[in-house]
Design a protein around this ligand. Sequence first.
Ligand code: HEM
Length: 308
Amino acid sequence: MSGARAARPRSRPGLTPPWRDRQRRFSWLKTLVLAGACLPAGSIVFWWTTGQLGALPLNAALHLSGIWTVRFVLLALAVTPARAVFDRSRVVLVRRMLGVTAMVYALGHFSLFIVDQNFVLPTVALEIVKRIYLTIGFTALLGLVALGTTSTDAMVRRMGRGWKRLHRLIYPIAVLMLTHHFLQAKVNVSTAVFAAGLFVWLMLWRALPVRLRVRPVALAGLGVLAGVLAAGIEFGWYGLATRIDPWRVLMADLDISYGPRPAVWVGIAGLAVALLAVPLRPGAMLAGWQGINTTFRKIPLTRARGGS
Ligand code: HEM
């Protein structure tokens, strides 16, 4: 047996509490993420019971639980880039927790919809069949449940290669979830545009050649591109789905006198990742410059000076 294999940590059989790592050691990271996962639900319950959710508390809770489902899906998708860009392998520990949390919030969101329909299940079913935005949301929910319930170690072992194939469904699920978000948001799609822009960033990062994925310059370019594409999505939405002039929305994106709009925030978030990558991965920055230097050194001196 090779040394590397012998050193690989093995998970012990039995149920591991969510605040412990695979070796059942206490993990601050997992504990903090667990607390962060419970916080929005706790806040919703607290605001509801203390009358701070407005005139229509059920609607507000439905809205908030939907928003948090989207956030947790995006956070789960951000784990792989975070591990690579910030060189923090331990963040992988919380990916499963974030995914399962997204499923739990989606189930809570759906349960609130059932409450909204006065627990009349045939009406719930009819609404899902009749209204395309609910059909889309329900499909996304079924997808999240399929991924959440197959995320145990035992299922990973039992499903073998099929597990990875199944869990790649998270990408189309995220697209469905964002479509539902846009359709439900109706006129003000700011949060949906921001979420879609972050999703675009996460997808483009995965499409980058592996050597560029940690380079601050490439990440800065990616941030700007994701922001531009988010503005394009917003433009397309207003142009196709509403009567609002999309050019006016685009002009508003360029005018920051009222504060940055969602597409601009996507760009800012992308640039922040690139900036954070500089101190956390100085090696990647150096590698970038070395790459440029090597390229220039390969050009004959006469050509580099403009000679023939
Ligand atoms: C993964 C699955 C789902 C996600 C991520 C999700 C997400 C969201 C989000 C973000 C919103 C807020 C839209 C906005 O106002 O900006 C929302 C609203 C809503 N969702 Fe979902 N949803 C999901 C599944 C479902 C399902 C299965 C149903 C019911 C069958 C449903 C019913 C609704 C309703 C009725 C609203 C409107 C609430 C309001 O008036 O603000 N959703 N959803």
